[in-house]
Structure formats: structure tokens, C-alpha cells
Design a binder for this molecule. Structure first.
Ligand code: GUN
Length: 286
């Protein structure tokens, strides 16, 4: 089975749109994205975020800065947004230029408006099992997994990659569902052997087609977070961290790249923006 992330994301956006339409009062959720520099991939992501935000009824603004902006000027801009009652979600697109300290920038964002879920308060709340804004990509993976396997209790899950954006929060979400979670990374010995025991694999490493057929157990569920641009016969192609063609007949379900996790990330950003809006406005959760 191929998991249709595009369709699941469409359904989630439709639900968000309907929830926003039902809001009483004259305020709409507001999302501000800060984009620094000219990184090509970031430009595309931000354009899509803006398009889908507006489609569901979120007031979306993009603030662009040259990569020469100072860290202090960027922090002052974030502080302004923290105090702006029309802004409920703030996202600073990563990566940042080298002279800016990513951790200090993330910690400047009001945790209530941190729709990326990267602030230590949200990270801590997620790992303590409290209500939190959860990073969008692992949250999207989680929704896709639950579509295929509603009860995850007791499953062996292997998360490949230990980033703050994906691997670590993914692990927390799976632990909450009573999975037995193993994180493997660049220094792990015998990755293949560990993956072979997994009922569920989430690959988020950024290495094209790293996960091969002999890495997986028959009927495993595979979630591929990778978006890798490679050249095949002189043409640019986007592939995941999993060798899709090789594994697809061995799995129970797998996400394609593109059209799997990618569309879910943006839908979850919109969901987080609505959640932040509801919390800030004192609305009951939808
Ligand atoms: N760059 C790549 N992925 C992300 C993400 O999830 N959030 C932000 N802010 N930047 C990113």
C-alpha cells in the first residue's frame, strides 16, 4: 500500500478550514513566516506555506530579510511579533545564515506562538507528555502512521536520524503511543540489523535511498521523511531516504517521495497555527 500523503493533507486542510469558518468573533488566526536570504528550497517552502495558509483562512504574512541582517535586528523583529495581537504563529525558516545563532533565535520566539514546536518549552512539554506545539514534520508522520496502524502499542519502531526537527520529537510521539523506540544515527553500529527488527521505520537522515530491501522486515510500515535532490540521466529528481522501488513489494505500507510526508508538514503547520490561536484566544480546542 502506498500512503497518499497528499490526500490526507487535503483532508486535514479541509478540517482546519471548516474549523476556522466556524470561529465566532472577528479575529482570524495569523501566521508570520520570517525568511532570511535566498536559499532556493526555503523560497519554495515559504511560498507553499503562504498559499495553503491563505486557502484555509489563515492571515499569512512573509517578512523577508537579506542574509546580512544582524542577530539583534532579527530578535527585535521577533519581539515585535511576540507582542502583536494579530499574530498567533511565528516561524523562522531554517537554515539561518552562519553569523546568526539558531538556538538564541528560537528561544526569542514566544513559546505560545512557536508553531514549529522548536522552543525548549514546547520540547520539554512534549517529552513530559504535556500539551505542546509539536514539530510539524514528525506530527505529519504520526498522523500518516495512525491512518495505517491505529494501535501502535508494543510495536518496535526505529527512527533513523536524531535531529531536533524530526528524529527526537518523532521518538516522543511514538513513545506516547507505547511503541518500543530505537533511534539509530551516523554512529550506530549494525543499523541494518536493528532496522530488520522494526515493525515501523521512520527515515529522516537526508541520504538518498539509504534504506534497502535487506534492511526491512516483511510487512513493515515505512515513513520516508527524506527530500533529496539527485541527478538521474542528467535530470534532477527528488528521492527519499528509502529505496522505494526496491522495498515497495516487501512493505505493508510506505510513503512516496514526493507526495508522502511533504504535504503533511504544511498542513500540520496550519493546524498548529489554529491551535496557537485557540489557546491564545481562550477558545476550547476544536
Ligand atoms: N527548514 C526545513 N524544515 C523546517 C521546518 O520544519 N521549520 C523551519 N522553520 N524551517 C525548516
Amino acid at each position: 500500500m502506498i500512503i497518499d500523503g497528499k490526500k490526507v493533507a487535503e483532508e486535514l486542510r479541509a478540517k482546519i478550514k471548516s474549523d476556522i469558518n466556524k470561529l465566532t468573533g472577528n479575529q482570524k488566526p495569523g501566521l508570520t513566516v520570517i525568511l532570511i536570504g535566498e536559499d532556493a528550497a526555503s523560497q519554495i517552502y515559504v511560498k507553499n506555506k503562504e498559499k495553503f495558509a491563505n486557502e484555509v483562512g489563515i492571515n499569512s504574512t512573509v517578512i523577508r530579510f537579506k542574509s546580512s541582517i544582524s542577530e539583534e535586528d532579527l530578535k527585535n523583529q521577533i519581539r515585535k511579533l511576540n507582542n502583536d495581537n494579530n499574530v498567533h504563529g511565528i516561524l523562522v525558516q531554517l537554515p539561518l545564515p552562519k553569523h546568526i545563532n539558531q538556538r538564541d533565535i528560537i528561544e526569542t520566539i514566544d513559546p505560545k506562538k512557536d508553531v514549529d514546536g522548536f522552543h525548549p518549552i514546547n520540547v520539554g512539554n512534549l517529552s513530559s507528555g504535556n500539551d505542546a506545539l509539536v514539530p510539524c514534520t514528525p506530527l505529519g508522520c504520526y498522523y500518516l502512521i495512525k491512518k495505517v496502524v491505529p494501535n501502535l502499542s508494543g510495536l518496535n519502531a526505529v527512527v533513523i536520524g536524531r535531529s531536533n526537527i524530526n528524529g527526537k520529537p518523532m521518538t516522543q510521539l511514538l513513545l506516547k503511543e507505547n511503541c518500543t523506540v530505537t533511534i539509530v544515527h551516523s554512529k550506530t553500529k549494525n543499523i541494518e540489523e536493528i532496522c530488520c527488527r522494526a515493525d515501523l521505520i521512520i527515515a529522516a537522515v537526508g541520504i538518498p535511498k539509504m534504506v534497502k530491501s535487506n534492511w526491512i522486515k516483511k510487512d513493515a510500515v515505512i515513513i520516508d521523511v527524506g527530500i533529496n535532490r539527485i541527478e538521474v540521466d542528467g535530470k534532477n529528481k527528488i528521492v527519499g531516504d528509502v529505496d522505494f522501488d526496491e522495498v515497495q513489494n516487501k512493505v505493508k505500507a510506505i510513503t512516496p517521495v514526493p507526495g508522502g510526508v511533504g504535504p503533511m508538514t504544511i498542513a500540520c503547520l496550519l493546524e498548529n497555527t489554529l491551535k496557537a490561536f485557540n489557546k491564545i484566544s481562550g477558545n476550547a480546542p476544536q
